[in-house]
Design a protein around this ligand. Sequence first.
Ligand SMILES: [Zn+2]
Length: 466
Amino acid sequence: MTMIGLEIHCQLTNLNSKLFCSCKANYRGCEINENICPVCMGLPGSLPRLNQEAVKKATMIAMALNCSTPQRIAFFRKNYFYPDSPKNFQITQLNIYGDTSVGGAGSITVGDKKIRITRIQLEEDPGRLIYEGSSSKNLITLVDYNRAGTPLVEIVTEPDFETPKELRIFLNILSDILANLAVTDPTLEGAMKADANVSIEGGNKVEIKNIGSFHDLEKAVHYEITRQSSLQSRRREIIQETRHWDEKRKITVSARSKEEDLDYRYFLEGDIPWVRIESDIQTELQTKMPESISSKKERYTKYGITSQVADVLSSDKYYSDLFERSHTESNAKEIANIITTDLMGLADTKERRLASKLGAGHLRDLADSVLSGAISRNSAKDALYDMVKTGRELGDVIVSLNLGNILDKPKLTEIILQVLSEESQAVEQAKSNPETVHYLVGKVMKKTGGKADPQLTLEILEAKLA
Ligand SMILES: [Zn+2]
């Protein structure tokens, strides 16, 4: 049996300041080493001050993942010497004095399987190393500390995964949950990262670090399972070690064996007192929790929206927010279909979403016009494309692109009579076999460029053939 566990690092990208100082949490776009201060640089005499909002957001993550939330949490120093760590230690959490991390045991359901969460801890992100130079001989390493001290939540799972595919499904669900909580933007570069530990039956545990994306995580774990199985079939030992993912060669390479593993000399961070999270604060956070994805999905299916469409709609915060603001009892199903069949192709990336000029009002007008027969589903697609691009009102779009349905009965009758005179054979057929009338409806549609209202066309045709 294969056992895979994960450690997921998730930046709290929606906070204003770093975990222990007032530097900006959003370091992206800053000049190199601009977003720093004595606290996050660890200068002598500086003192950290805990960002309370970060503790609240991390607690909400714990709640969303069904984890226990201890009322007393503590911070520890993890000592290590590395250029990206200006203080030579990282402030993090640990459970050596009982459950003192921000989240205790919990679980997420993936398909029909429960993935157990071991704990959730709040810690600071290190700085960033930049390698410059054309060859390994004149390579220089530069350090940018803008990221040092950014609030990071680490989610540790039990080794409950058995296949790389399960990892992918789990990480997609987790990203959706975090986006729904509005604590992080998973689409930002570096906002979410994961390390994996992999072991096969009878073998030692191997940790894979340095994986840049979730896509690569799946590949790295797949590679590692194959490597370990191959060793085992040749009766060779699987060494307990840390391996790095080599992005270029698509293989894992040995980083260090367990014997030379670092001793981090953890001890309680004396500059930050134990933090009490009173039950009234926990209750307040509970009431602030947004509606869960599963509850949204259940609510959507009550409008007659299929389970599959409701699933897609509820798990994406951008689309579900748009749906919430635009739908009414009567047009909910139509709006859900417009979003999932047409809009998702037009606003599939963050850039396109930001550039989109489509508002809730546009969607509501569009769905109502389709339902009233004023515009066909095909034309609705063209109108949607225009509104996403220009933000014009639907009425203007219909007039300028000539998309409106022919709802005028005398005008439509005139066209139908023309078709009937051209299709004498089909007319005879339709008289003896009413099923074949749809051939004539198709001819009318063709002649009107798809603008005839199908229901009205059928009514007139049936009256003429009777
Ligand atoms: Zn700072």
